[in-house]
Design a protein around this ligand. Structure first.
Ligand code: NAP
Length: 256
C-alpha cells in the first residue's frame, strides 16, 4: 500500500529537479500525477519515468492566470477532483537582474537589478502560487494538501533580492491560506530547501556555492529526492495535523 493511493496530485514545474523527483516519488506511493511545466516536452519526459498509469502532462506558465485556469479545468474534466497541489515551479535568475554584473565583480546586485525582472520573479513564484492555489481549491471539496516551495533565501536572506522577496512572500501566503482553508480541511504548508543539486543550481558558479556548502554542517548539497520526501510528508496523511508551517531541509545551514 502506498501513502498516496487513490490520490490525484498536481505538481508545477515538474519537468525538472525537485518537481520531477516529487512526481516520481508520488507515483511510487500510488498517486495519479498531473505533471505541469512551462516546457511541455520536459513534463512529458517526466511522465515516462513514472510508475503506474493515468498520469497527465500539461504545459503553461504558472504566472499566466488564464493558462492556469485552463490547466485546473482540464484536471477537473479528467479526474473530477484534486487532493494535492505542489507549487514548485520557479526560477533563480532572470535577464536584467544584475547577476552578470555580480559575476563580473560589479556587485551589489540590487544596483543592477531592473524593476521588470524584480516584478517578474514575484509573478512567477508568488503570482503562480496564488493563481494555482485559487484554481485548485474548488477541486479539493473532500479536503486536500497544498505544499509551496519557499527557500532558505526567503527565511535567512541568502540569494538575490527578487528571489528572497518572492520566497519570503510565499511563507506569508502559506500561513494566510492555512488559516483560511483549515476549516475546509485543506492543509497548506511550505518547504524551504537549502542548496539542492538540481539544474537550477548547476547554472551557478561553483565558487558562489562553496561558502554556503562550507557553512553547512552536513558539508554537502541536498538531493532532489530528499526534498521530495519532505514534500511527501506534508502532502500525505503523515502530516495530517500539520498546517501553516514550513520545514527547511538544509543540512543544518539555518537552524531557526
Ligand atoms: P529546476 O530544476 O530549474 O526546476 C524548475 C522547473 O520549473 C523547471 O522545469 C522550469 O521549467 C519550471 N518553471 C520555471 N518557470 C516556470 C513557469 N513560469 N511556469 C511553469 N514552470 C516553470 O529547479 P529546482 O531546483 O528543482 O526548483 C524547484 C523549486 O525549488 C523552485 O521553486 C525553486 O525556487 C525551489 N528551490 C530550489 C533550491 C535549489 O537549491 N535547487 C533551493 C530552494 C528552493 P524550464 O526549465 O522550462 O524553465
Amino acid at each position: 500500500m502506498g501513502r498516496l493511493d487513490a490520490k490525484v496530485a498536481c505538481i508545477t514545474g515538474a519537468g525538472s529537479g525537485i518537481g520531477r523527483a516529487t512526481a516520481e516519488l508520488f507515483a511510487a506511493e500510488g498517486a495519479t500525477v498531473v505533471v505541469q511545466d512551462l516546457d511541455l516536452a520536459s513534463a512529458e519526459e517526466t511522465i515516462t519515468r513514472l510508475v503506474g498509469a493515468g498520469h497527465m502532462s500539461l504545459g503553461g506558465d504558472v504566472s499566466d492566470e488564464a493558462a492556469m485556469n485552463t490547466v485546473f479545468e482540464e484536471i477537473q474534466g479528467d479526474h473530477g477532483r484534486l487532493d494535492i497541489l505542489v507549487n514548485n515551479a520557479g526560477v533563480f535568475r532572470l535577464p536584467g537582474d544584475g547577476f552578470d554584473q555580480v559575476l563580473a565583480g560589479e556587485g551589489p546586485q540590487i544596483r543592477h537589478m531592473g524593476y521588470e525582472p524584480f516584478m517578474r520573479m514575484l509573478a512567477i513564484h508568488v503570482g503562480g502560487t496564488f493563481v494555482c492555489s485559487r484554481a485548485a481549491v474548488p477541486l479539493m471539496s473532500d479536503g486536500g494538501s497544498v505544499v509551496n516551495l519557499s527557500s532558505i533565501a526567503g527565511i535567512a536572506g541568502w540569494g538575490p533580492a527578487h528571489y528572497a522577496a518572492a520566497k519570503g512572500a510565499i511563507l506569508g501566503l502559506t500561513r494566510s491560506l492555512a488559516r483560511e482553508l483549515g476549516p475546509h480541511r485543506i492543509r497548506v504548508n511550505a518547504v524551504a530547501p537549502g542548496v539542492i543539486d538540481t539544474p537550477m543550481v548547476d547554472d551557478l558558479d561553483p565558487a558562489m556555492l562553496a561558502p554556503l556548502i562550507g557553512m553547512t554542517p552536513m558539508g554537502r548539497t541536498g538531493e532532489a529526492s530528499e526534498i521530495a520526501s519532505t514534500i511527501l510528508f506534508l502532502a500525505s496523511d503523515d502530516g495530517g495535523f500539520v498546517t501553516g508551517q514550513w520545514i527547511s531541509p538544509n543540512g543544518g545551514l539555518i537552524t531557526c
